[in-house]
Design a protein around this ligand. Structure first.
Ligand SMILES: [Zn+2]
Length: 168
């Protein structure tokens, strides 16, 4: 062992340097100079030769592990599944969409008509903030009425739709 390390190719420095190259060599990412250095060292160093073999086996094993790449068949199946779920849910979802629209409409109605109502009832100064303090209770009632009428419309729509579906 001791006399083996005296030759240049088996010097400890070279040995350590080449050992670091072994995993890279197994991965096949060495450049030409490194490749030549490794080959020269391995010819004289059975340790590194064996080590390289182990790394190569490990590398081959890793390559055999199936990479989680989605095949086109899997993608197609997923799309088909998603679409069938979407059609199943589309009825429920369109109902939800109607309710959402009605609620948005209610809010928009409140937002637009409240200042108008104030304007008609109290004139311009109500829009500038005067009149708001005594008006906020009215605003709550007004909003509640809008929401209730919106909610009632949504419920009526949903009921009519489910009746239609039962008839169909
Ligand atoms: Zn070596």
């Amino acid at each position: 062992m001791t006399n083996g390390r005296t030759t240049n190719a088996r010097s400890t420095n070279e040995h350590d340097a080449v050992r670091e190259l072994l995993p890279l060599a197994a991965a096949g990412v060495l450049d030409a100079a490194e490749e030549a250095r490794l080959t020269a060292h391995i010819r004289l160093c059975p340790d590194c030769d064996a080590n390289l073999g182990a790394w190569q086996q490990l590398g081959a094993g890793l390559r055999r592990i199936p990479t989680p790449r989605a095949s086109s068949a899997l993608i197609e199946r997923t799309i088909a599944l998603t679409q069938s779920r979407l059609t199943q849910e589309s009825d429920r979802r369109s109902e939800r969409r109607i309710v959402t629209l009605v609620l948005i409409f209610s809010w928009a109605f409140v937002a637009i008509s409240w200042p108008l109502a104030q304007l008609l009832a109290h004139g311009w100064e109500s829009l500038l903030g005067f009149g708001f303090e005594q008006g906020w209770e009215n605003f709550v009632v007004f909003t509640a009425i809008c929401w209730m009428s919106g909610g009632a419309a949504a419920v009526l729509l949903a009921m009519r739709r489910s009746r239609e579906r039962k008839l169909a």
